[in-house]
Design a protein around this ligand. Structure first.
Ligand code: UD1
Length: 416
């Protein structure tokens, strides 16, 4: 079993460089299918989710070549339209191939994603949007079979601002005749990144980053070269590591505007934050003030930082409240944090966290990617040794984690 032995209680100090965004890389890799030429993506993080996405691309007939943090995708000939059950089980973001396959070949067959550990994760908004573009959709034997003889632009209103549905619809709409308008679209920076790459491929899309996106379709798309934005969730996790270990970290290759809700909360807890260009320095000064946080769609507080902030709150000087509004089952880290001495009560969608003076080392288990990150932070802050199990979850979203943390003074070792 892959696990970390972490001897906590070390003050972290130094510089950490953030890699390319996982949640931007996945749709950009899917979008590479839309251009008949070759696309090269730079700043691609080395993560298991990225590797899964590459395997799907190859299973569809694309050829890929990697060179350091660059990945070239040659999508001259696409031979498959079907995503395997196994790919979807390994990574739900495999559903991001639905839009590009419809745009490129007029058909796609993908497994219904089913539930996952943090919530039910439906796809109704993706399917509603595609149907409005004229796609015929049949759900049978656990698969979505989508087909279109020619998509037409439409005016689509999302009932919830879904990141994946917004991305899938942008990628389908580039092949639709006329104009598509997406309303109540998700506004995440990763969606702006997708717009920028698609426009570099020859698409005409405007409005990403706002709740209304306009796509003028049916323009010929070609390959391109594009650099992925830095990962704002990785950056936020490092910022909390500075606070929780009473440390001082300079986090480089950050887009500070993408971090505003996270930086605001880190300042509110009493840490010192200074921003200089693409670098953010976070310094623990004094105690950790309790606070209230509610997760929201961007530019609200990100659900992907909820578990890590909840870990921080366990060490606050008082009682904090964390409310999760995006996913219905995203408190699985709570029981593990309790094993480390945290005092947390969950009531419905809120967790009430009574801060303790210190966390104790323990055997703990990651239940998903960000829950794993939260336990990693808690183990760094705890005074004794901890063993963190199931760290394969963490490698879905954090590259070279132990290397980056050893370099700033953490005592973390991988045990196989
Ligand atoms: C993306 C991110 C994930 C993040 C999430 C929310 C990627 C690869 N993953 O996931 O890390 O936690 O955004 O910021 O970018 N919903 C529906 N119907 C739909 C689609 C979604 O009701 O058809 C609901 C979901 O249940 C959830 C909310 O919308 O409550 C947001 O989900 P969504 O933005 O779609 O998340 P993902 O794109 O799957």
């Amino acid at each position: 079993m892959n696990q970390y032995l972490i001897n906590g209680g070390q003050r972290l100090e130094g510089c950490i460089t953030v890699g390319g965004s996982k949640n931007a890389s996945l749709p950009l890799l899917a979008a590479s299918l839309l251009g008949e030429g070759e696309s090269t993506l730079h700043n691609i993080p080395q993560l298991s989710d990225v590797q899964h996405m590459v395997e799907v691309l190859e299973s569809l007939g694309a050829k890929t070549y990697s060179d350091g943090d660059a990945l070239t995708i040659e999508a001259q000939t696409i031979t498959g339209v079907s995503i395997s059950e196994n790919s979807m089980r390994q990574m739900r973001a495999s559903n991001l191939f639905l839009g590009p396959l419809l745009a490129r070949l007029g058909m796609a067959r993908i497994p219904l994603p089913g539930g996952c550990r943090i919530g039910s994760r439906p796809m109704d908004q993706h399917l509603k949007g595609l149907a409005a573009l004229g796609v015929d959709i049949i759900e049978r034997h656990g698969y979505i079979e989508a087909k279109s003889a020619g998509m037409r632009g439409a005016d689509i209103y999302f009932d919830v601002p879904s990141v994946g549905a917004t991305e899938n619809l942008m990628m389908a709409a580039v092949a639709a005749e006329g104009t598509t308008v997406l309303r109540n679209a998700a506004r995440e920076p990763e969606i702006v990144d997708l717009q920028n790459m698609l426009n570099a491929m020859g698409a005409q899309i405007a409005g990403a980053g706002t709740s209304m996106i306009r796509v003028n379709g049916r323009r010929p798309l070609h390959g391109t070269t594009y650099t992925v934005v830095p990962d704002r969730i990785e950056a936020g996790t490092h910022m909390l590591a500075a606070v929780m270990t009473q440390g001082d970290l300079e986090i480089n290759d950050v887009v500070p505007e993408h971090m505003s809700p996270v930086i605001a909360k880190i300042k509110q807890c009493g840490a010192e934050v200074s921003v200089k260009g693409n670098s953010v320095r976070v310094r623990h000064v004094g105690g950790i003030k309790p606070m209230e946080i509610k997760t929201m769609s961007y530019p609200g507080f990100p659900t992907d930082m909820q578990p890590q902030f909840l870990a921080l709150m366990t060490l606050a000087d008082g009682t904090s409240v964390m409310t999760e509004t995006i996913f219905e089952n995203r408190f699985q880290h709570v029981d593990e944090l309790r094993r480390m001495g945290a005092k947390i009560i969950v009531e419905g969608r809120s967790a009430i966290i009574h801060g303790v003076k210190k966390l104790e080392g323990a055997f703990v288990e990651a239940s998903d990617l960000r829950a794993g990150a939260a336990l990693f932070l808690a183990a760094l802050a705890a005074e004794e040794a901890s063993v963190l199990r199931n760290i394969d979850y963490i490698f879905r979203g954090y590259e070279r984690l132990e290397e980056k943390y050893q370099a700033v003074g953490a005592k973390v070792q991988r045990m196989i």
